[in-house]
Write a protein that binds this ligand. Structure first.
Ligand code: 5AD
Ligand code: SF4
Length: 467
């Protein structure tokens, strides 16, 4: 939704700020000024950036991907690993030269990195050309922040993390028209010892099922064919809500929404993944037949130190139950290599679990210490070089498994959501409900539609043909 109606829950004072910003910009610019939104990190951030774009649009900006020509540049940042943070510092530093050419340029930094006080201080003291720094929970106040910078020329610092109610109906400009994100909960209460997220995104808060269903119905009416439900731990959805609901019940409600669309979700936590949820996935025809279920480590000793609240046996039993109940189910996972205190023997347990489950693909990370988390002060005696070797070893274990999993689907027919043109001329690319990418020849007009595709062969990926 871009222009709020009477029932809109977006705070009226922010709508008023947006109008005043738009009036000022119309007086100072001949054409609509341009805003560039640069996003780092996960899908949650991509979705937040869609809201940033929506608010900027209501403030009078058009979007551009080229920072050099922008009048407003905003970095929506990620703090999960050090590498992402280093990239942000480099990118923000580059705006100094744009400011020399355009003295009215506004530069903003928001998101998970900005929420950390030490980082915000660094921007305050060492990056004088950054006009605003604000955290994850005050995102909806962007029109107010722009108004303040335009009218007072002062810098804005707003980091409050009060875990209050969720602000609904923030204007949104979505990136795509086939696949769309719908957050169902924000924050995290799990405090895995390596993870910064609970500190920068605050406590877990779920959206009411009514708001979620309203948003999904609007998207389905607008032609969206895939809805990705987002949350740090979707499996604990509903905690703290007055209604009698959990994630499985929410999935059933969404499954009952009229229309032809696919429901995906991420991320699931094994400790909250229930038999009820697995049955629900098996019984709901619109729900994907795929589980992204991060196990992080295959060593029970390391899982304890990570504060994950499950062991490898419980994880495997969940996987086996899903394999038994959901035909053609596939799995993906996140893994951390080189957690403090991890030995090569622990790492071997991880590699063994990878072999047992047979994942379609993996997201593997070398442990990155995050200041303020318990793991950051644990003793860590393994060198970065050694961890790098384990990491490469893990990739080598997974590679043939991923190919073997894909080949298992040769000879079968699947319903595929056609997503885009493939690299090869005349070919299209789509995804099955269990997350397999397949290429097939067909007309571009099929993009955005479901098609039945027979998977025929594996040649650097699966190839098939339309039925
Ligand atoms: N170091 C490395 N990887 C991490 N992740 C979270 N925190 C860290 C960290 N400090 C990984 C986890 C998580 C994914 C989103 O990022 O695997 O599931
Ligand atoms: Fe981080 Fe653990 Fe929460 Fe996931 S569940 S966001 S890894 S603390």
């Amino acid at each position: 939704m871009l222009f709020p109606d009477d029932k809109c829950k977006y705070p009226p004072e922010q709508i008023s700020y947006a109008k005043r910003v738009s009036d000022i910009l119309m007086q100072t610019h001949k054409t609509r000024p341009k805003a560039c939104v640069i996003t780092f990190g996960c899908q949650q951030n991509v979705n937040d950036s869609e809201r940033i774009k929506g608010m900027l649009y209501t403030c009078g900006y058009d979007m551009t991907d080229t920072p050099e020509i922008a009048d407003f540049i905003i970095f929506n940042t990620c703090a999960v690993r050090g590498h992402a943070e280093d990239r942000v510092y480099g990118n923000v530093g580059a705006t100094k030269k744009y400011k020399k050419e355009n003295k009215d340029l506004i530069v903003a930094v928001c998101g998970c990195m900005a929420q950390q006080e030490t980082v915000a201080e660094k921007f305050k003291n060492s990056y004088p050309y950054v006009n605003m720094v604000f955290g994850t929970q005050v995102l909806y106040r962007l029109p107010e922040f722009i108004y303040k910078v335009l009218t007072t020329k002062k810098r804005v610092y707003e980091l409050s993390l009060d875990n209050k109610e969720i602000v609904e109906d923030i204007p949104t400009l979505r990136d795509g028209s086939i696949k769309g994100f719908v957050p169902i909960m924000y924050g995290c209460d799990n405090f895995c010892t390596y993870c910064i997220v609970p500190y920068v995104r605050g406590r877990e808060r779920s959206r009411s099922s009514e708001e979620i269903l309203k948003e999904i119905k609007q998207m389905v009416d607008a032609g969206y064919k895939e809805i990705m439900l987002l949350g740090q731990n979707v499996n604990s959805y509903g905690k703290g809500l007055k209604e009698d609901i959990n994630f499985a019940k929410l999935l059933r409600k969404i499954n009952a929404v009229e229309g032809d669309f696919l429901i995906r979700f991420m991320t699931s936590h094994p400790k909250d993944c229930t038999k009820e949820l697995i049955d629900t996935i098996a019984e709901c025809e619109k729900v994907e037949r795929h589980l992204h279920l991060p196990f992080q480590s295959g060593s029970d000793r390391i899982l304890k130190r990570m504060n994950r609240h499950y062991d490898s046996e419980k994880y495997l039993s969940l996987i086996n139950l899903a394999k038994q109940k959901i035909p053609d189910v596939t799995f993906t996972s996140d893994i951390i290599v080189g957690f403090p205190g991890e030995t090569y023997e622990d790492f071997v347990c991880t590699a063994e679990l990878v072999k047992k489950v047979e994942f379609l693909s993996l997201f593997t990370f070398i442990y990155s210490p995050r200041t303020g988390t318990p793991a950051a002060v644990m003793e860590d005696n393994v060198s970065r070089e050694e961890k790098g070797k384990w990491f490469t070893e893990l990739l080598k274990v997974q590679e043939p498994i991923g190919i073997k999993k894909e080949k298992e689907f040769i000879g079968k027919t699947f319903r595929v959501l056609t997503e885009q043109k493939a690299k090869e001329e005349g070919m299209l690319e789509g995804k099955t409900s269990n997350g397999i990418t397949v290429e097939f020849s067909g007309n571009e007009e099929l993009i955005g539609t479901f098609q039945n595709v027979n998977i025929e062969k594996y040649e650097n990926g699966l190839k098939g043909s339309l039925i």
